[in-house]
Design a protein around this ligand. Sequence first.
Ligand code: 9MR
Length: 568
Amino acid sequence: MTTHAVRVNQLGYPAGWPLGATVVSDSPTPLRWQLRDPSGTTAAAGETSVHGPDPAAGETVHTVTTTAPASTDPTDWVLVVDGVQSAPFALGARAADRYRDLARDAARFLYLQRSGTPIADPRFGRPAGHVGTAPNRGDGSVACHRADCPRRRLLFGCRGHDLRGGWYDAGDHGKYAVTTAVTVWLLQHAVERSGDPNLLDEARWGLEFLLSAQLPTGDPDAGMVFAAVHDARWTGLPLRPDADPQPRTVRIPTTAATYGLAAVAAQAARVWEVHDPVFAARCRTAADRAWNAATHNPVVYATVAEAADTGGGPYDDSDVRDERYWAAAELAALTGAEEYRYAMLHSGLDPVAAVHEGFDWRSVLPLAQLTLALGPGWTAASAATGARAVLATASEMLLTTIAAEGHATPYAPPDGRYCWGSNSRVLAHALTLAAAADHTGDARFFAGELACLDYLLGRNATGFSQVTGYGARAVARPHHRFFAQAIDPAYPPAPPGVVVGGPNSGLDDPVAAMARSGAPPQKCWIDDPGSWATNEVTIGWNAALALVANHVATHLAPPRSLGTPRAA
Ligand code: 9MR
């Protein structure tokens, strides 16, 4: 009978909310747990619950469930079970503060990923990437391969399109429309949700790139949006963006990319109205053009075959019903027009199933529900009520999963296989629970959101916090061409507050395949810069992290004093 590990949220636990932990032990009977303060004094104690086998982790586990006490000693608490000690964590107000830090750090990662502009940062700064200074070939004039491109000159092909700016998607130097759209949407959603315009500048950086990827009037694909611009061939690690010598290539305009612009430009038209009405009007026009173009070109898909020349990710998607639904929802909220409501009504999709599965760049219907639930602009009251019910129903299902899983995560794919970027599924679920908490006021949903963060910040079978810089035992060697100190000390380390893709049953790279072959799903991960399939970082995943951390920090903040009422 042995106890091997005590896994906790290494950031910490805010006072009055659940303190949940997982203990790896084959003891058939409950074990004593002790919560010890930094001096080693036991502040609280109790008994574990025997959970039994946890198939996702391939382990037999117990769980600890108690309420986090308020504490005057904010850091370096530990949980001890059967002589085994957890990593240290914070309690009380300090934990809430750390979520505020995390929200800021997570959002800053997007700035650090900007292309086409120098990055001003003492530790993580660098020259502008892909502006055309040698050895870069630049993104200012990237040729496309369309036979009917109007910029084509006889024999020489297309003279090139200006696709500077935007964000590098991940550890490579590709810039992709579908992930840019999700990232822009998340940032603008935060603004629409809280009224805090803090993230608007960053959102606009991504949006301007999408606008420049939309083909102008006169082009045979007018209104459509290029899917991506990336290197013609994969480059190695490490590599600073401005030192990338590869020619750049642009990927054909697709229906999914175009609906993505329609959705976020419609959302931007609402959000920018009060700050910059001229830009808002430009966004509205772009959204209209994109909707019409995608409606007339409904089946132009990004495919693995089309991406086969390597140098960028395929981001393949051959079901764009959800992208159309998303664009329709954002346009309905902007204009109230019947056409968009009709499109949603006849999508043939099941919103509860989609929200329960969670969003990613390929499955975006949940984003539409989050917008509709806010009831902005012209959204019909019935649509808002319906979306809130969808979020609440899906959230109840997520709480059931959390209660059943040994590591209390809402992620339990039906086939038992963890997907590429599984950590981002957990974040998607956290956003669903956050919205349900806001719309219903039900504290169980907020506790569910915290459980998602517990998992990501250390209560998982890897035993690592999956966020850089947050936790004594945290991921530190992500797959990234510039934050590559793990490979070459001349490069900067990963900045704090970056979430990696996490456990991926596919083990789709040689490093992960070699190290983790046969591992249970939640252990299909390795903190190695060579593992792009488990340890890469992306803008979309980090934007979601920023939103969740921000929501938690805001929810935990003491209610603002309304002042002393004066006598009438
Ligand atoms: O995030 C993407 C994941 O959903 C896909 O399954 C995977 C394979 O197509 O690609 C992931 O995206 C990667 C892209 O292909 C290349 N740049 C890094 C992206 C994150 O790992």
